[in-house]
Design a protein around this ligand. Structure first.
Ligand code: ADP
Ligand code: GN1
Ligand code: MG
Length: 356
């Protein structure tokens, strides 16, 4: 246990003295640790990335409000993330070195998957995110702070990309012309969902905004959903963001940073599976939202690819990387998925219609 984590842990109301604290999970943003106490209680300790999340009190206010609201609807203790308070009764700690920390109860006897092990796992993750959306349908969205403004504003992501391209601070643009061209050729479509939100064709909802498969916990035995985790980006948004990001990650046939692009495509069977699960758990979507689901999947994937490319051009300052060029590998898988979705467009449309 390092000095800082040891000091931080002491400030939280844990059951028993902490005996270990190890790095845990595969997140790209926060630093996550598994803490085990003498009485074998397990907790998740997270150092919140406050260079990405500028308003940590606002973010923690969102998480506290949403988990409190869900807690009233859900009786299973593992059905909602549970924040562990500090000894002075706060939801998070501002450490003396300026870092922010929080602790959650560890969701025991659970699975957190990097890729679905069966279509049924993916179906259940769709139910989890669909439930989340449905359960928050009456939550007052305007009371949440916009943790990262324009988070899924794809058109804005393009502006940021073009700024990075113009600056080209690492001189990397010359080596990624094919990826730059791929992105620019699709710029016209980028504003589709944000424009429809702005003109009221799509409703504003409370959304999770980061619906990767590894942000849902399944029960280890039943493999049914327990809860949705990683609530940092819960904000007002479109249901298409949540649906689309799940397809991007979970219906892909390979890891987000797979180098061999011949292994990467969108599995249309998994697309169908997720669509069925999501729509069954979240029946209140409007006809327009349902019709736009394929566009949600494509734009979330395109946007993520553009974000990875931007970060590559900027010298990998946002997403955690484990080797040089990882953001470019990630960008390439996303663009391969977009191209594959384009080739399967009519089939995607047909499937959505059949799932209604
Ligand atoms: P990041 O924003 O960096 O992705 P997450 O909140 O998703 O951080 O946490 C990273 C990983 O830690 C998750 O993918 C999951 O494996 C694990 N994890 C997070 N919270 C819990 C929890 N309460 N119980 C069990 N595992 C958790
Ligand atoms: C980040 O936190 P994590 O690893 O679940 C990112 C998402 C991206 C994702 C790509 C706050 O998610 O937006 O889609 O990486 N989160 C943030 O894997 O930027
Ligand atoms: Mg995560």
């Amino acid at each position: 246990m390092c000095d800082v984590t040891a000091q931080v842990i002491k400030k939280f109301c844990l059951e028993g003295e902490a005996v270990s604290c190890e790095r845990y999970g595969c997140g790209h943003i926060n630093v996550t640790y598994l803490v085990v106490t003498k009485s074998s209680r397990r907790y998740i300790l997270q150092k919140i990335n406050n260079s990405i999340f500028k308003d940590v009190p606002g973010l923690m206010g969102n998480i506290a409000a949403v988990t409190k609201y869900l807690r009233k609807l859900i009786s299973d203790p593992r059905g909602v993330l549970t924040l562990v308070p500090t000894k002075d009764g706060k939801d998070y700690l501002l450490h003396t070195d300026g870092s922010f920390w929080r602790v959650y109860d560890f969701v025991e006897d659970s699975l957190c998957l990097q890729a679905p092990e069966s279509p049924e796992d993916f179906y259940q993750s769709a139910v989890a995110f669909g439930n989340f959306q449905q359960q928050l349908k009456d939550f007052p969205a305007d009371t949440l702070c916009e943790v990262i403004p324009n988070f899924h504003n794809t058109a804005d992501r393009y502006c940021i990309f073009k700024e990075a391209l113009a600056a080209d601070v690492c001189g990397r643009a010359k080596d990624v012309q094919a990826e730059i061209d791929f992105a620019l050729a699709r710029e016209q479509e980028a504003g589709t969902v944000v424009n429809m939100l702005a003109n009221g064709e799509l409703p504003l909802r409370v959304t999770h905004n980061d619906t990767k498969l590894n942000n849902v916990m399944l029960d280890e035995t039943t493999r049914k959903p327990l809860c949705v985790i990683d609530l940092d980006t819960v904000m007002p948004g479109s249901s298409l963001y949540d649906y689309g990001d799940s397809i991007r990650f979970g219906a892909a046939t390979a890891a987000e940073d797979e180098k061999d692009l011949s292994k990467v495509w969108m599995d249309i069977g998994l697309f169908e599976t997720y669509t069925r699960g999501f729509l069954s758990a979240c029946p209140g979507l409007t006809e327009m939202e349902r019709g736009m689901l394929p566009m949600g999947a494509k734009l979330m994937t395109l946007e993520c690819g553009v974000r990875f490319l931007t970060d590559y051009l900027n010298g990998d300052t946002y997403f955690r990387t484990h080797y040089e060029g990882q953001n470019l590998d990630r960008c390439r898988t996303q663009f391969k998925l977009v191209a594959d979705m384009e080739s399967k467009w009519d089939e995607m449309k047909r499937i959505v219609k059949e799932c209604e």
